[in-house]
Design a protein around this ligand. Structure first.
Ligand code: ADP
Ligand code: MG
Length: 357
């Protein structure tokens, strides 16, 4: 059996009248049993990707495979794929139990089997006690859990989730992330999760595809995307990064040097001489008083121009020569960092990403 459950081959999709393709993906696959996320800003083509997988939209060109079968021309109801949307769309006149039972009734499952599977599905989303209620008698988060149960009860090969948590408030969203991860682990179905929320994508997924303008910008584990962004777009879209002007010399000799605010250091990843930009995450910078020992190898002198108290951390803005760098530092009740103070900003070369685009 193939390890890939979904594969795109040169898929292009445009909507009538649009100047560019809503989705343009040459080669892309999702593995069986993955919790895979598609992350991108609004209008980047995420829903289009899901609708193509589900079969609600047709490609202009290219092919889509489910398992090893070419499903490009296969209608949605023959694809064994199910979708959970942001608006949960339960049937209002049916109890929650009957809502979950509905797909199994359509599939003419035997009564005994149906009861067993509905009870099991409701148990997995912790809704057993409320099974006899109607949708309007439970909260939005509970309705979304039932919508999930209804979507996986018939055991589709793939479950598509299109921003399913975006209608919920923050605490519930965080709680539901745990529910989803645990659920996916237990039922083992491939989840393809679409979101514009980096927190959701990073915390739940085995891999993430970052999409912008209909194209995949980077695909990898949450860790690799966070620590090794391959472009300015990804560096700025995920987490918070400084983009620091730098000058590269000796590239190609195996010991490329970069110079930032008058300090030079070796950075083998730099491949082209001349001006460039380094991305350094806010939390990779340390700020220490000038007379303290700086914790990291590369040290720049500067002056604090702003301190934002965020509760759990401080965002400290430091002017170093003609550049402004921002650092996240752990907040302390008696923080010694003050506006106007002369400080040292330090970081390690391995925490810098360099872009040549
Ligand atoms: P996302 O889900 O990432 O917000 P979509 O896949 O919905 O993005 O949309 C991608 C692009 O295609 C956007 O520019 C959007 O305006 C356009 N688009 C989406 N659906 C349609 C449609 N039915 N007709 C025309 N244009 C559409
Ligand atoms: Mg969308």
């Amino acid at each position: 059996m193939s390890d890939q459950i979904i594969r795109f081959e040169n898929v292009v999709k445009s909507y009538p009248g649009a100047v560019s393709a809503a989705l343009d993906v040459s080669d892309f696959s999702i593995n069986r049993g993955e919790f895979f996320s598609i992350l991108g800003p609004s209008g980047s083509g995420k829903t289009t990707a899901l609708r193509l997988i589900a079969g609600f939209e047709e490609v202009d060109s290219g092919r889509i495979f489910l398992d090893t079968e070419d499903v490009t021309q296969v209608p949605p109801n023959k694809r064994n794929i199910n979708t959970v949307f942001q608006s949960y769309a339960l049937f209002p006149h049916m109890s929650l139990w009957d809502n979950v039972a509905y797909p199994l009734k359509m599939a003419r499952t035997t009564k005994l089997e149906l009861r067993r599977r509905v009870d099991e599905a409701l148990d997995m989303v912790a809704m057993t006690k409320m099974a006899e209620r109607y949708p309007h008698q439970v909260s939005g988060g509970q309705r979304q859990r039932v919508a999930l149960a209804r979507a996986f009860v018939a055991r589709p090969k793939v479950l598509l989730l299109d921003e399913p948590l975006s209608a919920l408030d923050l605490n519930l969203r965080l709680q539901m992330q745990h529910v989803l991860v645990e659920l996916q682990r237990r039922i083992g179905i491939t989840f393809i999760y679409v979101t514009h929320d980096q927190g959701e994508a990073l915390s739940m997924s085995s891999r993430v595809a970052i999409i912008n303008g209909g194209r995949i910008q980077q695909l990898g584990t949450p860790n690799s995307i966070y620590y090794q962004p391959n472009s300015r777009f990804v560096a700025q879209f995920i987490g918070k990064s400084n983009l620091v002007a730098a000058e590269v010399s000796h590239a190609g000799s195996g010991s490329a040097m970069v110079s930032v605010c008058g300090e030079s250091f070796s950075l083998p990843a730099a491949r082209r001489n001349g001006p460039t930009e380094l991305a350094v995450r806010f939390e990779s910078l340390s700020v220490t008083a000038s007379d303290e020992a700086a914790p990291h190898a590369i040290r720049l002198r500067g002056q604090i121009s702003d301190v934002l108290f965020l509760g759990h951390a401080c965002e400290v803005k430091v002017r170093c020569q003609d550049q402004e760098l921002i650092a996240f530092t752990p907040a302390r009740k008696d923080s010694p960092l003050k506006h106007g103070q002369h400080v040292c900003v330090s970081f390690n070369p391995e925490d810098c990403a360099v872009f040549h685009d």
